[in-house]
Design a protein around this ligand. Structure first.
Ligand code: PRP
Length: 182
């Protein structure tokens, strides 16, 4: 059963089939890289939940999973905000091979903060995996090792990405008509 096409959506960017195929490819890369290691996936709430679940189900190695949530405060919509952890991990990551899983990387400010914070906890390795990479908005460099899709400067919903907390559950990725809201 497919969801009704919401009126605020302009077009489908990637179909469910295209997304599944790409996640399967990236999962194979991760499986090969982390075989015989101690992989832990860290999901950044809330957007990454759908992607992390799909990715983890396709990995052919045992993995641990933990989540954290961040808050970003900004003086205005055009000024990058200050990031802090709102909900921390449940378990330590010392000695583990950590892959931070995101739905999208934009400015990179969230991940720069997270990588700095998590690096101080003594993981064996620290990497980034994202469903979407919007490099046109990057303000700081972050080393994205695994990405499913690079996208242009569109406001995208679905597969965990929201507009006012809606549309995360769409199985496809879509461009909103309100492109300026991104
Ligand atoms: C999104 C995304 C990243 C962050 C990336 O989260 O999940 O965490 O923004 O942006 P940046 O690269 O500019 O720092 P969002 O704040 O939309 O929260 P959500 O995951 O709950 O939707």
């Amino acid at each position: 059963m497919s969801l009704p096409f919401p009126p605020q959506i302009e077009r489908v960017l990637y179909t469910e089939e295209q997304i599944d195929e790409r996640i399967t490819q990236v999962a194979a890369e991760i499986t090969a890289r982390y075989r015989d290691r101690n992989l832990k996936l860290i999901g950044v709430l809330k957007g990454s939940v759908f992607f992390l679940t799909a990715l983890a189900r396709r990995l052919e190695i045992p993995v641990k999973i933990d989540y954290l949530a961040i808050s970003s405060f900004s003086a205005s919509k055009t000024v990058p905000g200050v990031v802090r952890i709102a909900k921390d991990l449940d378990e330590p990551i010392e000695g583990e091979d950590v892959l931070v899983v995101e739905d999208i990387v934009d400015t990179g400010l969230t991940l720069r903060y997270l990588l700095q914070t998590l690096a101080g906890r003594g993981p064996n390795s620290l990497g980034i995996c994202t469903l979407l990479d919007r490099t046109s908005r990057r303000l700081v460099h972050v080393p994205v090792e695994f990405r499913c899709f690079e996208i242009g400067d569109h406001f995208v919903v679905g597969c965990g990405l929201d507009y006012k907390q809606l549309y995360r559950n769409l199985r496809y990725l879509a461009v909103m008509k309100l492109e300026s809201k991104g």
